[in-house]
Design a protein around this ligand. Sequence first.
Ligand code: ATP
Ligand code: ZN
Length: 296
Amino acid sequence: MSVDRSRLHIALQRSGRLSELSRDLLRDAGLRIETSKNALTARAANFPADLMFVRDDDIPTFVSDGVCEFGIVGQNVLHEFAAGTSEPGFEVLAELGFGQCSLRIAVPEREGYDGPRSLAGQRIATSYPRLLREWLDRKGVAADVVEMSGAVELAPRLEIAQSICDLVSTGATLEANGLRAVDTVLDSQAVLIRSRRPLDEARAAIADQLLGRIEGVIATKGSKYIMLNASSDALKGIVALLPGAEAPTVLPLHGRPGHFAVHAVCQESVFWDTLQKLKAAGASAILVVPIEKMMM
Ligand code: ATP
Ligand code: ZN
């Protein structure tokens, strides 16, 4: 396959926990992506970008080498790749708010744990040897790191190691294997990365456009538009209650002197108890509506 240098290339996980969510993000950014299940690449029909579907572990390499200008990957994979390199070939542009998990130390349930020094002299199994080694060094603990590419949680039972360092989201897998998480090496989520290789002017402009749209999608996700009515004496108290709203719009209500409509974009969730507080502070006709698109 020859690479079309007039288009952007975005590396995504082919199949796994991040693949659907990564595609959804690009779709929300307006890219029409038609893929068949086994496709290795896809063309956005309405935007000059091509997608490359690869194993998540390969994404940092693809982006660093400039094969793809953008990539979506978990911080865990990214940091393991970058550990020990002084100048990684990518930069992180945004945290994407999905793929949350933690790289955690876990020990058999019956074992005690009294901080990292409890691991001294142990064998610890992991798929993240560099991150674990860095963490152990930071804590001043000497231990053996046993690298495994999968099924790490079986290591203590198989007596390959005494403890493990693995990705956890709910902890159910650990529990099912008689382990408990005792320490955190890294909290992770999916991030958007960009190659440090310079782009020609035309593709730099496409890249900026894509980035602007993705930033808009991220901002929209957590945001709501709130509208309410208030009398002038209640305005100040009400505005102070609006979650994450900067400079709301205040408009006079026709035919009701001393009364105003307040409109604001709230960058945080708006909960029922916030609405109740607004009402108690004198707000009426409160509306909270979702925001479909946003460009800052
Ligand atoms: P690939 O075939 O692409 O190498 P994989 O098996 O390494 O796939 P997945 O299990 O699909 O990867 O996980 C992809 C990413 O999803 C992880 O690297 C991590 O960032 C994130 N993730 C979120 N929750 C979890 C979890 N509970 N366990 C593992 N990864 C998780
Ligand atoms: Zn992987």
